[in-house]
Ligand binder design. Structure first.
Ligand code: ACO
Length: 337
């Protein structure tokens, strides 16, 4: 049976560290509020004034992941690129990454599922691998948020949360009877909450897509009903975790490490408490990077491997996320050879 196994990961974070004190010089906010409400101490943004897209960050992360997997770019059968901040409106960042990797006819697709983008992308990769269509899939999550945030007091509830970054995973078909690779995946969406967290402009439904009057409304910046999303996360993250465990016929005791999306440390602490997860079985790095959306889970996975918390030969990890859409999802993956 064909199983989808992660063979290498890599991450890339831009060099410009932005502290909470730096933000307080741009807007009416402060380190105490940001740390207490979100857990975030720093985030990294692309260098000011430079032209850097999500595909540029993804390229650097992908090179490291390919190296760790022992793949050449030519080995890739398909690129799946998860992002809410594509370099441009179209074509997708997957195509831009493809040419930057020096490839000329490898298929590439984008996934627009925001914070759950990596899990949706992994699940898509798993389906392609199980079907026999592709054997080596590069899954990337990458975001450049910093160029799209309202960095004035009006946008402070959102601007302080987000960081730029990218991370990639090389997913390979392994023919085996062993219970390894993607062991379960649950994907959910509920579009009735779309307006609770969205970036409206430019929008193809509007005759001009964007104009000066629309710009004055601020619809080109993300808007969020933070309290509503927060409450939804507290309920749905544990629910989807239990559902994926049931699907895989496993319990939390079978999981070595839980890697939750990094939207708010308080959400993850409440999730941990609800499911009674021991401290050593859950990983957070929002303190350092903020919310890098589609990149958060592979970025955290790469760090857990580097820190020896996850063994890339045998550990069982559970990914879980919730974000705009509304979308929420969970996946269990066991490393193996
Ligand atoms: N600095 C200082 N004060 C602030 C800031 C800031 N950056 N932002 C908001 N405030 C103020 C508000 O104006 C409000 O003031 P008021 O009481 O005078 O009206 C007060 O702080 C409290 O605001 P709340 O919004 O109630 O604060 P809350 O504790 O809910 O925290 C937050 C806000 C951090 C956004 C939280 O609601 C949250 O994390 N929500 C979920 C986010 C999430 O999970 N998103 C999904 C993933 S992102 C994606 O999919 C793209």
């Amino acid at each position: 049976m064909k199983r989808s196994v992660i063979k290498g990961t890599g991450r890339f974070i831009p060099s410009r560290c932005v502290t909470n004190d730096d933000l307080s010089k741009m807007m009416d906010t402060n380190d105490e509020w940001i740390q207490q409400r979100t857990g975030i101490k720093t985030r990294y943004w692309i260098p000011e004034g430079e032209i850097v897209g999500s595909s540029d960050l993804a390229l650097e992360a992908s090179k490291i992941a390919l190296d760790n997997a022992g793949w050449q770019p030519e080995d890739i059968d398909l690129i799946i690129f998860a992002t809410l901040s594509p370099d441009i409106f179209f074509p997708g960042s997957g195509c831009l990454l493809q040419t930057k990797l020096g490839l000329s006819d490898t298929p590439a697709l984008d996934i627009r599922q925001q914070c759950t983008g990596f899990i949706y992308a992994m699940s898509t990769a798993d389906a392609y691998i199980r079907s026999g269509m592709y054997n080596r899939i590069l899954v990337v999550g990458a975001e450049v948020h910093s160029t799209g945030l309202d960095k004035t007091t009006a946008g402070r509830d959102v601007a302080v949360l987000f960081g730029d970054g990218a991370a990639a995973a090389c997913v390979e078909a392994v023919e085996t009877d062993a219970n390894i690779g993607v062991l379960g995946s649950v994907l959910k969406a509920d579009g009735k909450f779309a307006e609770k967290l969205m970036l409206e402009l430019p929008g193809s439904k509007y005759p001009e897509r964007i104009n000066a009057e629309m710009l004055a409304s601020g619809g080109q910046f993300p808007s969020m009903d933070g309290t509503r999303i927060f409450k939804l996360a507290l309920r749905k993250l544990p629910e989807v975790t239990l559902e994926v465990l049931e699907q895989a016929g496993m319990s939390l005791d079978d999981i070595d490490m839980i890697i939750p999306h990094q939207a708010n440390l308080r959400i993850n602490e409440a999730y941990q408490k609800t499911l009674k997860i021991p401290e050593e079985k859950i990983f957070n790095n929002i303190q350092k990077y903020g919310n890098t959306t589609a990149a958060t889970i592979p970025l955290a996975l790469d760090e857990t491997i580097e820190q020896g918390l996850v063994d890339p030969k045998k550990s069982t990890v559970l990914f879980v996320a919730l974000g705009a859409g509304l979308t929420w999802a969970a996946m269990i993956h066991r490393f193996g050879e």
